[in-house]
Design a protein around this ligand. Sequence first.
Ligand SMILES: [Zn+2]
Length: 183
Amino acid sequence: MIEVCPRCSCRLGSPLKSGRLVCANCGWSNDPPPSKRGVTETKRSPVVELLTVCSRIIRRTFVYVVQVIQTKIQDFRSARADAPPTGKRLVEGLSDRLNALEKAIPIASDEPRWLSIEEAFRYLGGDPSDSNSVVTTENGSTTIPFRRFRSLTSVTDFKAFGLDADLARRDAQKPWLRWTIEK
Ligand SMILES: [Zn+2]
């Protein structure tokens, strides 16, 4: 049993209840301060435990959220991969419906529409942009290219092709030819 402090040589008092010797002068102790660590541990331990659990929960939640997001992204990708056929089906369905609608609309075939000279030539089966393309009169006696068809002026000439010519409309720069016989 030492009676003098090894650090400051002060006389040590009676030991503590724990048996530990402590110098009242310099604070020397014959024992490392386990009480301090113990107190800290017992004090902090529940907090540390709580923080550990919290961090585990946060980490687990994060992993879960990431997994959910990844799943959603995969679902989205596979949905997108399926999208073209779906879109195609949709377009096809729409196309079918529009075709049905087109057939449902009656064509006003009994009402001749007015044509420009180019349209009239095309209506007779010719191609105005092709100098070799020709059209023939109803009786088949005359065959002419667009160059000559364009220069026809008389109502009778157009009549031979089955067309009605309205010279007043022509002078007014409007489509002025209309078919009298449906082709
Ligand atoms: Zn001392």
